[in-house]
Design a protein around this ligand. Sequence first.
Ligand code: HEC
Length: 191
Amino acid sequence: MKIRINYHVGAVLGIVVLVVLGYAWSGLYNIGADAPHGPLTYRFLTMVREHSVRRHAEKITVPDLRDPSLILKGAGQYAAMCTGCHLAPGMRDSEIRVGLYPQPPDLSQKQVDPAEAFWTIKHGIKMSAMPAWGTTHDDMTIWSMVAFLQKLSTMTPDQYKDMVSKAPPDDDMDMGSDKSDMHDGTHEKSH
Ligand code: HEC
């Protein structure tokens, strides 16, 4: 009897797997970014992302992020690479952000956990538009962005503009930059 029940359960599971695979293979699923997930799928994917980031960020030691030159460096990095998707004080929605799914959070309005932000910026998020900046930027440069993000949500448009205008230029713009090249927050390049 027990073996028979197990056999039936196995057969039902097998059919479910075949139906799911058949649906995926058929192309009926709409992969378009303008076709939102159902609420359950969205909650499931959010759970996967939040739990994964939390777990991977657990052992990261956060350095002192109050150094004004670190924050200033981060301001320049953020203005050069992030505002198109994450906006800035006084900025209206960008054309790229409204079309993205999942939609990038407006980081000028949101406080982020430093360790989790570091991990996310370094490694990116699969199946979303969030790139892994760790492939082109060293850890200190990423910490500078995290340091700046701790301030961003409290800044006025004028404070933001003022800080960005004083920030050192983004010398990582050439995507092939040497990762061993340490950035010290000054204008000079180390080579
Ligand atoms: C092309 C668009 C795009 C760019 C450019 C981009 N991001 Fe993102 N970012 C995203 C998306 C999309 C998410 C959310 C992913 C998700 O919800 O699954 C995200 C998430 C994040 C998060 C997590 C926020 C949270 O709610 O916990 C941080 C922090 C972040 N990005 C920082 C940055 C920084 C710093 C830069 C610039 C170096 C940057 N991003 C550039 C698209 C982008």
